[in-house]
Design a protein around this ligand. Structure first.
Ligand SMILES: [Zn+2]
Length: 311
């Protein structure tokens, strides 16, 4: 069914409102009223009242920008990315053994141009980003992977990780399956550390958010560090294996597959959608094969975060 723009917008806003409430609950914040949506961003106000470490007014905007999903051009109001905040009261693992005091990959250069970008989550000190001074660890569940999945992931990482100034390490395979709610620390599986980000080739049966036209979903969970900055500490990219298998039968399928995985990885890193189909983070897939200037500027902003402290 193709929905008209007005109706689609109403449905999208409703959907966003639902997600915002979910996010507020998952962050264990209080139930004070939140502001109605302005564009696609929200203010989630209650966190500041619970914090003791800083006097900074902390307004966290959580980007659950709706997307017309990527992959198929058919109009849909499905969401392909989510971000959430881990409450500061939650126990956190000790400082990662491989955290350093200097960035591990060169700071990317922010290009000229005028295209925009959005963040998945931000506060007054900046956007939620991964620590550039420690490796970003990934594990891969290939249960429903299409043929050639490893090189698709490799090529997608080569496209976006340098632009994000991140040193990404693929630790290897995991038997952890995709699920909507994932433990941020899984001592039995990964030891006493933040769970590595999970790249899961899966199916809509495991993650119903992949139903319909959604071929991938990506995002991260953030925590406030000792300086008040939001730090992404773990995340996931769930990829609809059967969708990719079908995609790869088309002549341009592999280029598209790499672009979709790259798009979801950029959600994992911390960028949301823009209404610009010339950008990889455009809400619709219109044949983008690589990063645009807005994508690069957004990733460079994420990469500018100083080394993390206290997470
Ligand atoms: Zn997206």
């Amino acid at each position: 069914m193709t929905l008209g723009p007005q109706r689609r917008r109403r449905r999208m806003l409703r959907r966003l409102a639902e997600l915002d409430r979910l996010d507020a609950r998952s962050a264990s914040v209080d139930s004070s009223p939140w502001r109605p949506p302005s564009q696609a961003m929200y203010a989630v106000p209650p966190v500041a009242r619970r914090r003791r470490l800083t006097l900074l007014p902390l307004v966290v905007t959580v980007g659950v920008t709706a997307g017309l999903l990527w992959v198929r051009t058919a109009a849909t109001d499905q969401i392909d990315h989510v971000a959430s905040l881990i409450p500061v009261s939650d126990a956190r693992p000790p400082l990662a053994a491989d955290a350093t005091l200097a960035r591990l990959a060169p700071q990317p250069i922010s290009p000229g141009g005028s295209s925009g970008f959005t963040f998945m989550m931000e506060n007054d000190l900046g956007a939620a980003a991964y620590d550039p001074c420690r490796p970003l660890h990934l594990v891969v569940n290939g249960e429903a992977a299409p043929a050639g999945a490893d090189t698709i992931l490799r090529d997608a990482l080569a496209m976006v990780a340098p632009a994000a100034g991140l040193h990404v390490v693929v630790d290897g395979p995991t038997d952890e399956r995709a699920q909507e709610k994932r433990p941020v620390v899984d001592r039995g599986r990964y030891g006493n550390r933040w769970s590595p980000a999970l790249i899961a080739w899966t199916t809509p049966a495991s993650d119903p958010r992949l139903d319909g036209a959604t071929a991938g979903i990506g995002g991260s969970q953030a925590m406030t560090d000792a300086t008040g900055r939001l730090r992404n500490v773990t995340g996931m990219v769930h990829l609809d294996g059967p969708d990719f298998t079908q995609m790869l039968t088309r002549p341009e399928g592999r280029t598209e597959a790499v672009a979709v995985v790259a798009h979801e990885l950029v959600h994992l890193f911390g960028l949301g959608h823009v209404e610009d189909d010339g950008q990889l983070m455009g809400a619709r897939y219109e044949g983008q094969a690589g990063l645009g200037d807005g994508d690069r500027r957004g990733l460079a902003r994420l990469a500018a975060a100083p080394c993390a402290r206290g997470v």
